[in-house]
Design a protein around this ligand. Structure first.
Ligand code: MG
Ligand code: MG
Length: 269
């Protein structure tokens, strides 16, 4: 049974959460495959082709392919978003060959048996600079911290404040223009899930409730938080100052006492 909460947030049953976990396990498998194959010389289009084959073989649908956006010149053409170095999110896979020292953020979403999974990781290509390594570690830890802080009854802003405080304490910045989201039968459901706190987003703050399923996705910039569109197709979001960015995402379910990660590779019981 699906219960509608205030603000349009749909709570999920145990059965639905297991269906979300099945989709999430596939996404995890795709990202694991990317992690095994990413290396200097490979193109982001090659990473995408392998991902599309894996998704099709599982009988799933890639969520990003065909998505339209008002500013974009074309529907999104791929199953993966591949965002390199100063690119934050929504990079289009291309013939660009990854080079040692690059970092590439790979985001994957699928729908399997009617339910969605969405997860992202940033990968190092060969040896990367200590600064880039630290950026990746802080972003991954920001996601882990958020998941540890989730519990029913808490306001999301308490968690978002912790993400922001941690990231800014490391002298990095949190992207404002893109946020996480509820996830379920649709990739993007209510609520919007910012990784920072300000007066405006406090107005749409929400209380964490058991049965909520959320895609938590901090995007962290090495320099300033501002981003803009780069590239001819107006999909790719890049840092304005040209500094590197990283992105980690898990889909999670709020449980009676915390959070259950749905995109960590565990399969439904
Ligand atoms: Mg994603
Ligand atoms: Mg997402």
């Amino acid at each position: 049974m699906t219960v509608k909460q205030n603000r349009g947030i749909v709570l999920k049953s145990r059965r639905e959460i297991e269906l979300l976990r099945a989709a999430g396990a596939l996404v995890c498998g795709v990202l694991d495959q990317v992690g095994r194959t990413v290396a200097p010389g490979i193109t982001t289009a090659e990473l995408n082709t392998a991902a599309e084959e894996m998704i099709a073989a599982a009988g799933a649908i890639p969520l990003f392919k065909g998505v339209t956006n008002p500013q974009a010149k074309i529907p999104f053409p791929a199953a993966l978003c591949t965002s390199v170095n100063d690119e934050v999110v929504h990079g289009i896979p291309s013939d660009r060959r990854l080079e040692a020292g690059d970092i590439v953020s790979v985001d994957c979403g699928v729908r399997l048996s009617g339910y969605c999974g969405d997860s992202a990781r940033t990968f190092a290509v060969g040896e990367v600079s200590p600064g880039a390594r630290h950026l990746m570690e802080v972003t991954k830890r920001a996601l882990g911290l958020a998941i540890e802080e989730i519990r029913p009854g808490r306001m999301w802003s308490e968690v978002a404040g912790q993400i922001q405080q941690y990231v800014e304490g490391e002298k990095f910045s949190v992207v404002r223009d893109f946020v996480g989201h509820g996830i379920g039968r649709e990739m993007h459901e209510e609520p919007k899930i910012p990784n920072y706190v300000d007066r405006r987003n406090l107005k749409s703050d929400f209380r964490l409730v058991e049965g909520m399923t959320l895609a938590i996705e901090p995007m962290v910039n090495m320099g300033k938080p501002e981003v803009n569109y780069a590239g001819k197709m107006r999909w790719t979001v890049a840092t304005k100052d040209g500094e590197y960015a990283a992105h980690y995402e898990h889909s999670v379910a709020v449980t009676a006492d915390g959070a259950d990660i749905l995109t960590d590779g565990r399969v439904p019981a």
